[in-house]
Write a protein that binds this ligand. Structure first.
Ligand code: MN
Length: 249
């Protein structure tokens, strides 16, 4: 996608009334006539030049916007780390530190998500055989520790994350400790989950649970085992099924 062809209005939005000429130069000349000369110099190269100039000058207020633009223009996480390491020797150590602190947020790895459950470490990323989207599973008490009666864990669903459709042979209890999400049994209306919701899931009933589209959901899951560790995993919850629930409220 060509991001630079998008009409730039940041200048007019920020300064159109206070400094209309500056706003016009920013939007129509700098972005409209210079950044857009993509045949002469690629947007990616222009981003490297611009980020370098901003860090050199210590202009960190403008750096956030331009690091996001650099990412859009194809600069990777490892490349920006290399660029700033290189610059440290020419612009000075403190400027590199300041730049890194901004860059690490913008180029955050998915595995370093700041979504947490507020109590324990969030655990391991759940398998796509069980979940859609990003979901973290923290075992709290394993069947081994519970005489094979229960399996107790904390599940942290990032926004949009949910289980596949599934059943539990002896049922499951969910205790919601944070966020907002949904519990849905096949053929029934979805139930909204919020902090404090308690869900008793009957045995062998097809259902799914997960976060709302715009919010994380954290629940403790207590699965009854009684010697049987089987959860029967079925089909994924489709985008259509998921959107239907999210549009319900
Ligand atoms: Mn379940």
């Amino acid at each position: 996608m060509n991001n630079n062809a998008k009409k730039q209005t940041a200048g007019r939005n920020a300064l159109g009334v206070f400094a209309p000429k500056f706003a016009e130069l920013n939007d129509d000349v700098l972005f409209g006539e210079i950044w857009s000369r993509e045949t002469e110099l690629s947007p990616r190269d222009r981003s490297i030049v611009t980020v370098t100039a901003l860090i050199s000058g210590g202009n960190f207020e403008q750096l956030t916007f331009h690091l996001n633009k650099a990412k859009e223009n194809g600069i990777t996480r490892s490349e920006i780390a290399e660029i700033i390491t290189h610059l440290a020797f020419y612009t000075g150590w403190p400027k590199a530190w300041s730049a890194f602190n901004i860059a690490k947020e913008i180029f955050k790895d998915e595995n370093e998500s700041s979504v947490d459950n507020g109590i324990w470490d969030k655990g391991e990323k759940g398998s796509s055989d069980w979940f859609t989207g990003t979901v973290w599973v923290k075992p709290l008490l394993t069947p081994d520790e519970m005489e094979n009666l229960y399996n107790i864990g904390c599940v942290t669903f990032e926004p949009g994350g949910r289980t596949l459709w599934h059943t539990h042979p002896i049922g499951q209890t969910l205790l919601v400790i944070e966020g907002k999400g949904w519990y849905r049994e096949r053929g029934k209306a979805a139930r909204l989950l919020t902090k404090g919701s308690v869900v008793a899931i009957p045995k062998n009933v097809e259902h799914w649970h997960g976060a709302a589209k715009e919010s994380k959901l954290v629940h403790i899951a207590i699965s009854n085992m009684k010697g049987s560790s089987n959860v029967t995993w079925l089909n994924p919850v489709t985008e259509e099924e998921y959107n239907e629930v999210n549009n319900q409220n």
